[in-house]
Design a binder for this molecule. Structure first.
Ligand code: NAD
Length: 503
């Protein structure tokens, strides 16, 4: 199938028109060449309020459907996604600039989480617990909790929503989605496809899935609305710091998926060829704009020189350019502001006396207004504030270590705690890395890079990453409320803790 590379052909292939949105002053530019692809009207505060009210109503109806029926809606949505995988993948590439293979991967992630949620729809189980009172039964029930507000970042414009939405829908909740103001078109298209599955399903309330268009202020309205008991927010730590207290003030629940500063330890026994491939994919994939991007490489001094030399050679071979081109592995940064932040970090590194390799701008013929960069390797001698900060660009800081405890200490001595990994063939090092005194991150891998998680596991991290968990394992519990229920099937009324309270 021929790749579709402009918005009109993508909308045509999906049988959609630009009338999907009202025209306004929110400009959406493709990072590929900076050209305008859409101009949308943001929702007014009154419209946002109205959508919350409708989400509440939809929730009232949706929670009454048996969970396996709710799963059927996701089965239909997964079929819709399978049918349009290439087209939606192209839209992701056009709107956020990641290479087409990664655009396809993002849609595959949506399909995977829908499949997961279909199975989950028959497994939303609670426990039965032994009661201390004779003739009594204790059990846990999990019930739908209410509308779930999803705030998403530009770098995963569709998958992050799907991780949240698939679980929320199967758990019996309605969803209000505030996508990044940089990627709202993908959101509107996804919700249209979702509505098609609702139509085939037949029994879903009309406002089960809604999008609100706007910036941080619109997000803030969602966050402060007491009709939305769960806010799942993905983005920078700065955003999480603004959102968390507002949700806490109204005793709402937050699922926070914030910034990362992910590291790899490479030990003397590591398979260096394997490590090299993992480093390159994790450090430069998505142009360094993944929350799980490899940002710090902690290498044993005995292999430091060898690894750095190989890495510099590998970086030279990487093709940078139009993300639709087959041979290209690095597309553009999201915008020139991201480029300026990268420049500032590299200037700071040079001022600290660190050796900087790469990092310059790349002019791509015909795409001069896009912000293309050569990925950078920085030989940092210390883990200073610069290294401890997440700069959302392809900068890999390399540090060396002498003994394993020093490597672990360096690894954990950053504010963020998302993803981590070690390359070693030493069983003891591997197990220590996974143990209580090892990596302090939510994700810890052995002989695999830190990025590209599977949907089957719970995804998220500690410390400044926010502590939330999404996607697989028991993350679904974040989208439901728990009831502990005790039934007395005897003719006595014994009290717990043996308390006597006789009349
Ligand atoms: P961002 O924080 O600028 O924006 C993310 C979203 O939050 C957008 O929709 C934005 O409009 C909204 N927002 C911003 N301030 C808000 C506020 N005060 N109230 C309510 N909403 C607000 O992030 P970005 O630049 O789009 O994305 C990059 C960041 O996201 C990086 O830090 C990256 O690590 C992080 N990220 C984390 C994960 C994860 O799962 N941990 C996944 C993807 C991206």
């Amino acid at each position: 199938m021929e790749k579709l590379t402009n918005l009109n052909s993508i909308l045509d292939a999906l049988d959609l028109s630009p009338q999907l949105w009202a025209a306004g002053d929110l400009e959406v530019r493709t990072p590929i060449d900076g050209s305008l692809i859409a101009a949308l009207k943001p929702d007014s505060p009154a419209q946002v309020g109205d959508k919350m009210a409708r989400a509440r109503q939809a929730f009232g109806a949706w929670r009454m459907l048996p969970a396996p029926w709710r799963g059927e809606l996701l089965r239909l949505f997964a079929a819709e996604l399978r049918a349009h995988k290439q087209t939606l993948g192209a839209l992701v590439t056009l709107e956020c600039g990641k290479i087409y293979q990664e655009g396809l991967g993002e849609v595959q992630e949506m399909i995977d989480i829908c499949d997961f949620a279909v199975g989950l729809s028959r497994q939303l189980y609670g426990l039965t617990l032994p009661s201390e009172r004779p003739g009594h039964k204790m059990a846990e029930y999990w019930h739908p909790i209410g509308p779930v507000g999803v705030i998403s970042a530009f770098n995963f414009p569709v998958a992050v929503w799907a991780w949240n939405a698939a679980l929320a829908i199967v758990c019996g909740d309605s969803v209000v989605w505030k996508p990044s103001e940089k990627t709202p078109v993908s959101a509107l298209v996804c919700v249209e496809l979702f509505k098609r599955s609702m139509k085939s399903f037949g029994a879903a309330p009309a406002d089960l899935m809604q999008v609100i268009i706007g910036d941080a202020a619109t997000g803030q309205q969602l966050v402060t609305d007491p009709r939305v008991p769960v806010i799942s927010a993905t983005g920078s730590t700065r955003m999480g710091r603004a959102v968390a207290p507002l949700v806490a003030a109204r005793f709402g629940r937050c699922i926070l998926e914030l910034g990362g500063n992910n590291a790899m330890i490479v030990t003397p026994s590591a398979d260096l060829e394997l490590a090299l491939r993992a480093i390159v994919f994790a450090a430069v994939g998505t142009a360094g704009q993944r929350c799980t991007t490899l940002r710090r490489l902690i290498v044993h001094e005995s292999i430091y020189h060898d690894l750095i030399t190989k890495l510099k050679r590998a970086y030279k071979q990487i093709r940078i350019g139009n993300p639709f081109a087959d041979e290209v592995l690095i597309g553009p940064l999201i915008d020139s502001n991201a480029g300026a932040l990268m420049d500032a970090a590299l200037t700071g590194a040079a001022q600290s006396g660190y050796q900087v390799h790469g990092g310059s701008r790349v002019e791509v013929a015909g795409l001069e207004a896009g912000c293309y960069v050569r990925p950078a390797i920085v030989e940092a001698r210390h883990q200073d504030d610069l290294v401890r900060t997440e700069t959302f660009a392809p900068i890999l800081y390399v540090l060396s270590y002498k003994d394993f405890d020093e490597a672990l200490a360096l690894h954990n001595d950053v504010p963020q705690g998302l993803s981590s990994c070690i390359f070693t063939r030493d069983l003891l090092e591997a197990e220590i890395f996974l143990s209580a005194r090892g990596s302090d991150c939510g994700i810890a891998n052995i002989n695999i890079g830190p990025s590209g998680a599977e949907i089957g596991g719970a995804f998220g991290g500690e410390k400044d990453t926010g502590g939330g968990r999404e996607s697989g394992s028991d993350a679904w519990k974040g989208y439901m409320r728990r009831v502990t229920a005790t039934t007395n099937y005897s003719h006595e009324l014994p009290l717990a803790q043996g308390i006597r309270f006789d009349l």
